[in-house]
Design a protein around this ligand. Structure first.
Ligand SMILES: *Cc1c(COP(=O)(O)O)cnc(C)c1O
Length: 390
């Protein structure tokens, strides 16, 4: 097996669904000497170009902005900028992040109406269609592309056009899908698409980015009340280039790193295929070894949630993986806390040698903790890849 630089690193191997491993070229870009981003015209051009290249990943002609602050800032900024007191907002919920949007809506005075569906599968477009036929008086709707705690992948391309038929603006959290699963912002009619730096883009945590449709900007301009935030006010970012003014100093070094991460993805023409192959091989290995996936169907190819076998201590497994193998996998949170392990295969963690190493270590660790797999997890992964023609 080829030894990759990450394998001689002293840092743990991050097989968590954010943060993910960061390529050397991204790390080096962050070390460049930096200008004053507020005063240097070249930085405004660089920021604009980086947003434009992000738009290529998002398949959109909409305006794109990068904000200093993790993915959560994007979620909050969308809700802060759109919500006025009393606004009805449809919150599509089949997972922790889906349900969580209701909190942001409430925080800004809105009235969230939840459409909650089976958490072991995607939201069925037919269920949404039926719901909208009864009630469609919503200013906007929120939806999560990949709800990371379970790894369920929602069909954004079917759900958003349904909402738009009723004139409902669409807000899509694609933080853990962008770069690993296809997102077609324009074709799928997404008004606000939200992403983060530390997931499938494989840059370090610290940045969020959004695409904002002309209709979303119009809705913000048409507000009767001011946006109840400064940091999360998207209107302040609308004319930054014309005015050569940023609402607050952009983190230049973080954006340099992100720019290289974007280049890495744009240069990787088979990126979705790679994620699909890694996702399928992990799921196949897990099932052949006698472990159970949490989801019944509609798996995101960026992360797998595996049920903790009866009698196994989830925390003990993760602790041993880190101590004995320097590999971090994740547990989960919300209604899945303590119930599943999660292995990411997003961005730079979607590599066969890293996943084989992780699954082999998990195999050994589970055996030590009292669960013996039917077959070797690492070997099952290798075989699944071979069957898939890799
Ligand atoms: C990671 C993630 C976020 C952002 O969370 P941070 O803690 O800010 O990184 C938002 N939505 C989803 C679906 C995510 O996976």
């Amino acid at each position: 097996m080829i030894i990759k630089m990450d394998e001689v690193s002293s840092a743990p191997l991050l097989m968590t669904p954010g943060p993910t491993p960061v390529s050397e070229n991204v790390r080096l870009a962050r070390a460049r000497a930096m200008t004053n981003p507020d005063l240097d015209r070249t930085f405004f051009d660089f920021y604009k170009e980086t947003c434009h290249r992000l738009g290529q990943i998002l398949k959109t002609k909409h305006e794109v902005r990068i904000l200093g602050g993790e993915g959560i800032l994007g979620l909050e900024a969308a809700c802060a900028s759109l919500t006025e007191p009393g606004d009805r907002v449809l919150v599509l919920d089949n997972g922790v992040f889906g349900e969580g949007f209701a909190d942001f809506v409430k925080l800004y005075g809105g009235d969230p109406i939840l459409l909650s569906t089976d958490r072991r599968r995607a939201i069925e477009p037919a269920i949404l269609a039926e719901f909208l036929a009864q009630d469609s008086a919503f200013k906007y709707a929120t939806l999560v592309h990949c709800d990371t705690p379970s790894g369920v992948l929602n069909d954004v391309g079917s759900l958003c056009p349904l909402l738009k038929k009723y004139g409902i603006l669409t807000v899509v959290d694609s933080v853990s899908a962008i770069g690993g699963e296809d997102l077609q912002v324009d074709a799928w009619q997404v008004d606000l698409a939200l992403g983060g730096s530390q997931k499938a883009l494989s840059a370090p945590p610290g940045l969020t980015f959004l695409s904002i449709s002309p209709e979303a900007f119009e809705t913000m301009h048409a507000r009767r009340t001011p946006i109840a935030s400064y940091y999360a006010n998207l209107l302040l970012w609308e004319n930054y280039y014309r005015d050569q003014w940023f609402p607050y100093t952009p983190p230049g070094s973080d954006i340099c790193g992100l720019a290289v991460a974007i280049d890495n993805i744009l240069a990787d023409t088979g990126v979705f295929d790679r994620h699909a192959r890694m996702g399928a091989a992990v799921r196949s290995a897990v099932q052949k070894a006698g472990l159970k996936l949490y989801l019944e169907q509609d798996y995101s190819n960026t992360v797998s949630a595996i049920e903790v076998p009866v009698g196994v201590d989830e925390q003990a497994v993760r602790t041993a993986m880190l101590r004995d193998y320097q590999i971090m996998i994740a547990g989960s949170f919300g209604f899945l806390a303590g119930k599943v392990f999660r292995i990411a295969h997003m961005g730079e963690s979607a590599r066969p040698w890293l996943l084989e190493r992780t699954l082999s270590a998990l195999h050994q660790t589970l055996a030590h903790e009292g669960f013996v797999c039917l077959i070797d997890l690492g070997q099952a992964f290798r075989e699944a890849l071979a069957e898939g023609g890799v």
